[in-house]
Design a protein around this ligand. Structure first.
Ligand SMILES: C[S@@+](CC[C@H](N)C(=O)[O-])C[C@H]1O[C@@H](n2cnc3c(N)ncnc32)[C@H](O)[C@@H]1O
Length: 482
């Protein structure tokens, strides 16, 4: 008899690519499905074997097939929006000898699609990023999802996040779910309400990370939910972020630092404002970029690639912007109001970087482009010194790991920068600010690094903490070397 898993593989390969993108149809290889079913069973603490197993977006049935291998007596429930996928799964499960099977051609997010409580959920829901045009939902669907999931469905939360929420509501007492999700779900603000609600009734863990490229293109992990009883109060949310962050579950290589927010007198938001531009600004700026002429006084374009800690690389390094390479990019002819809102003395913070990278624009002529964050404060050297410290990079990595495009990078929103802690005033913080300022004037990389290290050391004392050599070493390793 043919391998039942092969039916799904053949079905996936035969699909129209656009259609596949629209439905997020990337099936799970059999070894990964088997591994994740085993993880779910390892977490099961019920007094009897699980009776009902669900995959709410069943595809070619890989997870239900793997579940049947381990639990031949369980009832297998599968849902898929694609009638073809349902037919393939039906055939595959029949070939595998499963008899107690309920397959639904429908929407896995519609609570009426699965009327029974389930013991085990395994699956790989469609991701469907709402920041990509091809997978953005229309108004009708938006309204339907709001009806089912309330505020959690507002904004840019992707479909995978809503599947996690849906599944958490379906789990029976003691129930366990293991779902493949984009790592960004653990950290992005758009999924904050999903995380908050799920954390009220489930313990959450990461039980697998895709380090072998089973799902190319998007950093992916398997999230495990364990339904908790009525006494469960949930883990504390990440302080200051305003949402329950699960990012620390991914931050296994980040040193555990003391979170000084508990004792901190204030956050960056108490002494500064922070803004980041939308994509629209990027397109507008792209129409006005030119190479600088000698003696120019135009604003110097500053994409994040030109921001290093205490160092502006403009003129010293070429940069790509709007699909072109630029040596000395300036913006010419932008509307005065647009410029007025963006120029002037400020602190610029790069994101999608390995450490928090901040520099002070003393001339006020740097024009940042998305995703750089502009921080305005009358104490830029002090705030910059704090942001540049190993402590705040480690803290940001633990709070927000997973949000960036690559695994080792950090990506913070303006609001998340504002939620980072600041210490009380004192000589240690002043010393860090002096070192940070001096680093801006260093012409040799070694001198700059030396000053940045001094800044970092002083920041430990400023926060009233013992210097942490492990965190400092980890941070120094991640500093740009140029
Ligand atoms: C990432 S694939 C995974 C399939 C299968 N669970 C696996 O791991 O091999 C996602 C599946 O979800 C289906 N799908 C997309 N939107 C859905 C929805 N709202 N409800 C149910 N299924 C959906 C797609 O048709 C596709 O088969």
């Amino acid at each position: 008899m043919a391998d039942p898993f092969a039916l799904g593989v053949a079905f996936e390969q035969a699909q129209d690519p656009d259609d596949r993108t629209r439905r997020g149809a990337w099936f799970t290889p059999a070894p990964v499905a088997r591994l994740l079913v085993d993880r779910a069973l390892a977490a099961w603490a019920g007094s009897r074997p699980p009776r009902v197993v669900l995959d709410p977006s069943v595809g070619g049935g890989a997870f239900l097939l793997a579940a049947h291998e381990r639990l031949p007596d369980a009832r297998l429930v599968g849902i898929d929006i694609d009638a073809g996928a349902v037919a393939v799964t039906r055939e595959a499960l029949a070939r595998a000898g499963a008899t107690d099977v309920a397959l639904v051609h429908g929407d896995g997010l519609d609570p009426s699609s699965c009327p029974e409580e389930v013991d085990l959920v395994v699956g790989n829901p469609p991701f469907l990023s709402q920041l990509r045009a091809a997978t953005t939902r229309g108004e009708d669907r938006r309204a339907r999802l709001r009806g089912w999931y309330g505020e959690a469905a507002e904004g840019y939360v992707d479909e995978a996040g809503l599947f996690v929420l849906a599944v958490s509501r379906l789990l029976a007492p003691d129930g366990v779910a293991v779902l493949v999700v984009p790592e960004a779900l653990l950290a992005t603000e758009s999924a904050g309400r999903v995380r908050e609600e799920v954390s009220t009734h489930c313990a959450v863990d990461v039980v697998w990370r895709d380090t072998e490229g089973a799902f190319p293109g998007v950093p992916t992990c398997a999230l495990q939910l364990r339904r908790q009883g009525p006494g469960w109060t949930g883990p504390p949310g990440s302080p200051g972020s305003g949402t329950a962050s699960w990012a620390s579950l991914l931050a296994d290589d980040v040193p555990a630092v003391v979170d000084p927010v508990v004792g901190a007198t204030r956050t960056v938001g108490d002494v500064a404002t922070a803004t980041a531009d939308f994509r629209e600004a990027y397109y507008l700026v792209a129409e006005h970029v030119r190479e600088a002429r000698p003696g120019h006084d135009d604003p110097r374009l500053t994409p994040v690639g030109l921001i290093d800690p205490a160092h502006h690389r403009w003129g010293a390094a070429a940069v790509r912007f709007a699909k072109q390479r630029w040596d000395r990019p300036v913006a010419v002819g932008l509307p005065p109001a647009f410029l007025a809102a963006r120029l002037g003395t400020k602190l610029l913070v790069a994101t999608q970087t390995k450490v928090l990278e901040a520099l002070v624009d003393t001339e006020g002529d740097m024009l940042p482009t998305t995703p750089a964050i502009t921080v305005r404060t009358d104490r830029p050297w002090h705030v910059g010194a704090a942001l540049t410290s190993p402590l705040l990079t480690a803290l940001a990595a633990r709070r927000h790991a997973g949000a960036a495009r690559t695994r080792t990078a950090l990506k913070l929103s303006a609001a998340q920068v504002l939620a980072l802690p600041l210490p009380a005033d004192g000589p240690a913080w002043d010393d860090a600010a002096d070192a940070f300022r001096a680093a801006h004037g260093a012409s040799a990389v070694a001198d700059r690094t030396q000053l940045l290290r001094r800044c970092g050391e002083s920041m430990w004392s400023a926060f009233d903490l013992e210097a942490d050599p492990v965190a400092s070493g980890w941070w120094a390793q991640r500093l740009p070397r140029r």
